[in-house]
Design a protein around this ligand. Structure first.
Ligand SMILES: [Zn+2]
Length: 482
């Protein structure tokens, strides 16, 4: 086994520091969470009522539709929403665009920017093996609501609308505009969010905060951390597809030449897989995540993270080498996903190709990441063609007043959790709103287990009934504590 480069540098360096000083620093950083009651609570009857609303939403199969396809199912879904949340749909101004829901609750202070709560109406297909319940039954069983969209993203939409419904019922009047938006084509990267964001900009709307799906309240995701984490996404990585093509004069498979197209593509893929050739760096929000989490870790891990000036190289190397998940946090990634050769077993291809799905990091944009791959491809006489390319989103600052306020409110609602900014390796609609807002944050206040996260876009998607109730109450708290 080879020793990671960072380790070779960090260990001798570590031996040179006054270890006692590092240990003192680690001991001083040790924290425990305050034992105080959460600022939100709910009754079992409320939780059951919310679960029934979510179940009704799941029962309508709002599978993603392209922009030009008919979308009657979404209109049925919206009628159901109007019945479930009558005050919202009667009171808020209707700005719907082409099946995308956009509503405005007008604030009393015209000088203040608005805020936007968002989610999406559409869901991904249900053709995965392993469903043990009808994906559109909305079954309420074993303390959970089950079915496609139960989590992604109908529980977010349900909690947001129920919070607005209750605030309307209680006579709350917002000072700033509260917008609600739910696209009908988020899952297939349709144009709903783009159109709505452009519409808001044309109307001169500026927003102080956009709050979308993304991070959640997750347990067991950080090794060595015993409490759940409320992870607020402040940035999402980019997305890029590149086609690599190798050509030759063909030939007969009974007398194969050396370095045929598939062999050269294989060499490219093996080199990328082995070298992971992208720039690895701990950039925002990674240092902030480590700062937030370190005080609650057991001693050896806390010692490492708190003394990052010494162990930075080791920590970075650990991220790169531990798993695909940790690597994705510190560098661009490249996954070879599709391959094409000849059309018969005994025919050498004139041309072979592979598709590579790249997730560019914040520190190495799509163009720079592709340039690294092009250089390797050139060695094997392989061409690269960029099919689609998008850089990482902007990073919303964890030092902004909006982030700090959200984090503080979440600490009040979730005293058992560590609150931290977070890097999203997947994408959401929210990045489109960067044109009208500097604080685009991705967080749904829903508790999810590791298994529930894995069931998203897979079989047996579900959300816990108490998590829905907690979500409703947290949205209410966030809206009334600004
Ligand atoms: Zn989603």
């Amino acid at each position: 086994m080879s020793i990671p480069k960072g380790l070779k540098i960090a260990v001798p360096a570590a031996l040179g520091i006054p270890a006692a000083l590092g240990a003192v620093r680690a001991a001083a950083a040790n924290k425990t969470l305050p034992i105080v009651p959460p600022a939100v609570s709910w009754t079992p009857e409320e939780a059951q009522r919310y679960a029934e609303k979510l179940s009704a939403m799941v029962q309508i199969p709002t599978l993603s539709k392209k922009e030009d396809e008919p979308y009657e199912t979404f209109l049925t879904f919206q009628e159901t929403l109007a019945a479930l949340f009558p005050r919202v749909f009667e009171t808020l101004e209707n700005h719907d665009l082409n099946g995308n829901l956009l509503r405005r609750w007008k604030g009393t202070d015209p000088d203040r920017n608005g805020i936007l709560l968002m989610g999406h109406q559409d869901v991904v297909p249900v053709d995965q093996a392993g469903w043990t319940k009808d994906p559109f039954s909305g079954a309420i069983e074993d303390g959970c609501v089950w079915g496609r969209g139960a989590m992604d993203c109908k529980s977010t939409v349900c909690c947001e609308l129920q919070a607005l419904e209750e605030l309307l019922e209680e006579g709350f009047t917002p000072k700033q505009d509260i917008w609600f938006f739910a696209s009908r084509n988020e899952e297939n990267s349709g144009g709903g969010a783009d159109a709505v964001a452009a519409h808001l900009r044309e109307q001169g709307v500026r927003l102080d905060l956009v709050l979308d799906e993304g991070g959640a309240i997750v347990d067991g995701m950080i090794p060595g951390l015993s409490m759940p984490v409320a992870a607020i996404g402040v940035v999402e990585k980019g997305f890029c597809n590149v086609k690599f093509t190798a050509r030759s004069a063909g030939g007969h498979s009974s007398t194969p030449p050396k370095n045929s197209p598939l062999i050269r593509l294989s060499k490219l893929m093996v080199e990328v897989d082995k070298k992971m050739p992208f720039r690895a760096k701990l950039v925002t929000p990674m240092p902030e995540i480590l700062d937030n989490v370190a005080p609650y870790l057991s001693f050896p891990l806390r010692f490492l993270l708190v003394n990052r000036n010494v162990f930075g190289g080791l920590i970075k190397a650990a991220f790169v080498h531990l798993s695909g998940q940790t690597r994705a946090f510190v560098q661009s990634t490249a996954a070879f996903t599709m391959a094409q050769g000849s059309t018969a077993p005994n025919v050498l291809p004139d041309e072979a190709s592979v598709i590579c799905n790249i997730r560019p990091s914040q520190q190495q944009n799509a163009e720079q990441t592709v340039a690294v791959l092009r250089k390797i491809a050139a060695k094997y006489d392989v061409e690269a063609e960029v099919l689609f390319s998008r850089d990482a989103s902007k990073t919303s600052s964890p030092d902004s007043a909006e982030f700090k306020q959200l984090a503080e409110n979440l600490r009040a609602c979730l005293p058992d959790c560590v609150v931290t900014p977070y890097l999203m390796t997947g994408g959401t609609d929210s990045r489109r709103f960067e044109i009208v807002c500097d604080n685009v944050l991705r967080f749904t206040p829903t508790r999810l287990s590791k298994a529930q996260i894995e069931a998203m876009h897979a079989a047996n998607e579900n959300v816990t009934i108490s998590a829905i109730a907690e979500g409703v109450k947290i949205y209410k708290y966030l809206l009334t504590h600004r």
